[in-house]
Design a protein around this ligand. Structure first.
Ligand code: CMP
Length: 143
């Protein structure tokens, strides 16, 4: 059983895609174990994206993810990290296959609708930035 951190970014929320995205996650067989809508603080956003701190797009990335409400989730299930990367599609929507969230709903990297943790280490770190342990409710069946 694995947990991953998912964000529906402000463009996804603004475009009314919350239900569509949550539906895709649940239909795939993963479970939402925590969920919150709110405007991410600059402090949390900078901590979340700290590996990109030296990149030229860092300031605009922080501005983008704090520009309006986003949805933070912990998504749980077998191979949840790899599955959610596949459900989201390539970071640059130009390379995202049709049928993925980015392949169906995005056209540029700077407005790519969703985020998913890229490794077990990132998942653990990102979940701890955005959620307290008591906010995560694990109800997956163990096979
Ligand atoms: P995400 O999957 O959240 O992880 C890092 C984010 O940085 C990425 O999605 C994009 O939103 C953003 N990003 C990565 N590369 C670029 C880029 N070249 N220009 C603008 N934003 C980028």
């Amino acid at each position: 059983m694995e947990q991953t951190y998912i964000m529906i970014k402000p463009d996804g929320v603004q475009r009314g895609l919350i239900g569509e995205i949550v539906s895709r996650i649940e239909k795939r067989g993963l479970k939402v174990a925590a969920m919150r809508l709110g405007v991410m603080s600059a402090e949390s956003a900078k901590e979340h994206y700290r590996e990109h701190a030296e990149r030229p797009f860092f300031a605009s990335l922080i501005e983008y993810v704090t520009s309006g409400p986003s949805v933070s989730m912990v998504v749980e299930g077998k191979n949840a990290i790899a599955i959610m990367r596949a459900v989201n599609g390539a970071t640059n929507p130009v390379n995202a296959a049709p049928g993925t969230i980015r392949g169906d709903f995005a056209i540029e990297t700077g407005r790519n609708v969703v985020h998913a943790s890229d490794s077990p280490e990132s998942a653990k770190r990102e979940i701890s930035i955005h959620f307290k342990g008591s906010e995560i409710v694990s109800y997956s069946k163990i096979d």
